[in-house]
Design a protein around this ligand. Structure first.
Ligand code: ZN
Length: 326
């Protein structure tokens, strides 16, 4: 976890290390959950303090961490390929981090899904001539107003320059800088437009927000997200991962198949328990009170999704109510 993320998370948890000027904690919660618009994020002056951390993975690949979704990058003579772009105010810093790896221009951008902490830089990069690609549902959601169950927020459509110009259904494969880069859609998981990425020869995966490493995940029930899909996506990731695979999660540190396996087991156990409780007639309050995540809280409970909030969305997902109470 980067220092910046820890700072945001401490703010969410009521810590004191964030200046009171940050104010709207509600917006911050939404921002950290990856469902904030780029416009709202740019109002957060604290982004000016963010430093982009670069973790080089060899073969011209790297993971960039700042605030928002982890970025994947491939640099080489054929140009730069980016996976996700965090928030608009960070674009210059992201460009600077990339330029330390290569003088080649940013040529392609993939959005793993539509959330603002993964697509906030689209407008800036689109204006710079970068070709933006994503699953069909990402363009559909970025190009229309969205209503988030979380906080009953309305997120306005992004400007057209920020919309993916190349969209796909099942997936697309890039052949760039000596890599075979397989981008594959996974069924509704974190949203209805999630892609996962495999750098075949380098044995590196970027799983977008189908994988939150070491913390309870958020999934967006009002964008088609579902706990069953999160489990299926984890299984897809595990099928692609071996002992030496480096995995870039949507949020959290660079990870391994073992980390993903632990997450998969947690998701399965919590889901089974909540499903059983719903079958026994427990309502949402009672399910949360029963603490079905208890044994996992020490491992996964330190993020912005508290055990109660996570249990709440699992309940919503399985009961079909699709409403997230913050
Ligand atoms: Zn997200």
């Amino acid at each position: 976890m980067s220092r910046n993320e820890m700072r945001v998370e401490r703010a969410l948890l009521g810590g004191r290390s964030v200046r009171p000027a940050m104010g709207a904690v509600g917006i911050l919660i939404v921002a950290a959950m990856g469902i904030v618009s780029a416009q709202a994020a740019s109002a957060q002056q604290d982004l000016s303090k963010v430093e982009i951390e670069t973790i080089e993975l060899g073969s011209g690949l790297a993971m960039l961490r700042g605030v928002g979704g982890n970025i994947g990058v491939s640099v080489g003579p054929e140009g730069v390929f980016l996976i996700d772009d965090q928030f608009a105010p960070l674009t210059d810093k992201i460009r600077a981090a990339v330029s330390k790896l290569s003088s080649a221009r940013i040529r392609f951008l993939l959005n793993t899904h539509w959330h603002g902490d993964h697509t906030g830089g689209n407008e800036n990069l689109g204006r710079g001539g970068v070709l933006i690609m994503a699953h069909d549902r990402v363009r559909a959601r970025l190009s229309t107003d969205q209503v988030m169950a979380a906080g009953s927020r309305k997120i306005p459509a992004a400007p057209p320059i920020a919309w993916p110009v190349l969209t796909f259904g099942d997936g697309i494969t890039l052949h760039l800088n000596g890599h075979t880069i397989e981008v594959r859609h996974v069924g509704p998981a974190h949203t209805d437009g999630d892609s996962i990425v495999r750098f075949v020869e380098a044995d590196v995966l970027h799983l977008g927000d189908t994988f939150f490493s070491g913390i309870y995940p958020f999934f967006d029930t009002s964008s088609g997200g579902h706990i069953d899909g999160m489990i299926a996506a984890a299984d897809r990731g595990l099928a692609l991962a071996g002992p030496g695979t480096r995995i870039i999660p949507g949020h959290g540190p660079l990870s391994t198949a073992e980390d993903l396996k632990k997450t998969r087991e947690m998701l399965g156990s919590v889901s089974d328990r909540v499903r059983k409780m719903i079958g026994e007639g427990l309502d949402k309050e009672a399910v949360i009170a029963a603490r079905p995540t208890r044994e996992f809280d020490a491992t996964f409970g330190g993020g912005f999704m508290t055990p109660d909030r996570f249990t709440g969305i699992v309940y919503d997902s399985l009961s079909g109510s699709g409403h997230l109470n913050l």
